[in-house]
Design a protein around this ligand. Structure first.
Ligand code: PEP
Ligand code: MN
Length: 336
């Protein structure tokens, strides 16, 4: 059960609600986010919703049978929109496009990508500076200096930055230069990191774990929301299965299930989803047809020279073409 509180509810009113629910053997967790104040109440006994709803300070009350509560669509039927400022809104109806290299490599690389994004009216750049790599000998990213450089190159054009944060200690130094924190697949269940991201205001895109279920992803998002940050997006990026013909099994089913179960925007990552350049654009389009609120993909001036994920990175010509196809698709999707 979720109780939404009025903005200026007094501590005394909250205590009365607590006592009433505790009597019915409910545990009560207060959640205060940037937008609202909630009490998440977990218990089994039947309670008289009208009686609770009538208590002073209660704005609204919702029964949520899902094990994840705040991210569930059961209490919030309208789609959540994430406003990144300067007219960039994720989940607002128009497909959100986030594109850029797997890793930030150099100033010239970022300049070229920024030029490409501007040309295609893409307002969110992706690019990792702290890279989770399967081998400790692979390129691990340019770190905070790389992020500052990317920020300096993007700021003049109001291009928003999404980049991966790998550990709690990085959040503070990164925050000033980041518009969306990405939680990577390997960290999808790093609960300390999720807790810490819940304590800040910056939006978070959380990826599904490498072998993570849809429900686990929703619970991970619940961790962040329940700590106070409700500016969240979910990301399908493929899961590990027995199949070896491609990098990951991109779970297109998950898109609609996530949309159905949660009010949060759903972003598809076809680059990691399949891991093979020539199929990325088709999967990107399929994801949008399947109801994704946006896509995030890898692009590089010379993908063959990219220091990471070269095999799945689009070149500028392929990316131009994808954007043209998305524009055409938008017309069709609007007419549905
Ligand atoms: C990435 O976005 O480059 C990345 C490492 O993604 P994932 O966590 O999905 O593997
Ligand atoms: Mn990558």
């Amino acid at each position: 059960m979720i109780i939404q509180l009025h903005k200026h509810t007094t501590q005394e009113d909250i205590d009365t609600i607590h006592v009433t629910l505790n009597k019915a053997k409910y545990s009560v967790t207060p959640v205060n986010t940037q937008l609202d104040n909630y009490l998440v109440c977990i218990g089994k006994e039947e309670v008289d919703l009208r009686r609770i709803g009538g208590l002073k300070g209660v704005k609204d009350i919702h029964r949520v049978s899902d094990s994840y509560k705040l991210v569930s669509r059961k209490w919030k039927t309208e789609n959540t929109k994430i406003n990144l400022g300067d007219g960039v809104v994720i989940g607002g109806g128009e497909p959100a496009i986030m594109a850029g290299p797997c890793s930030v490599e150099s100033e010239t690389q970022i300049e070229k990508v920024v030029e490409h994004l501007i040309k295609n009216k893409i307002s969110v750049i992706r690019g990792g500076v702290f890279k989770p790599r399967s081998s400790p000998y692979a390129f691990r990213g340019l770190g905070i200096e790389g992020l500052k450089m990317m920020h300096a190159k993007c700021k003049p054009y109001n291009i928003k930055i999404i980049t991966e944060v790998m550990q709690v200690s990085q959040i503070k130094e990164m925050q000033e230069y980041v518009d969306v924190f990405q939680v990577g697949a390997r960290n999808s269940q790093n609960y300390n990191l999720l807790d810490a991201l819940g304590e800040i205001d910056t939006p978070v895109l959380i990826k599904r774990g490498i072998s993570g279920t849809i429900e686990e992803l929703l619970h991970s998002a619940e961790y962040i929301f329940s700590k106070g940050n409700e500016r969240l997006m979910l990301c399908e990026r493929g899961i590990r299965t027995f199949e070896t013909m491609y990098r990951n099994t991109f779970d297109i089913n998950a898109i609609q299930i996530l949309k159905d179960r949660s009010h949060l925007p759903v972003i598809a990552d076809p680059s990691h989803g399949i891991g093979i350049r020539e199929y990325v654009s088709k999967l990107a389009l399929s994801s949008l047809i399947s109801g994704a609120d946006g896509i995030i993909y890898e692009v590089h001036e010379k993908p063959e020279e990219a220091v990471s994920d070269a095999q799945q990175t689009l070149n500028f010509i392929e990316s131009d073409l994808l954007i043209r196809k998305i524009s055409a698709l938008k017309e069709i999707l609007h007419s549905f």
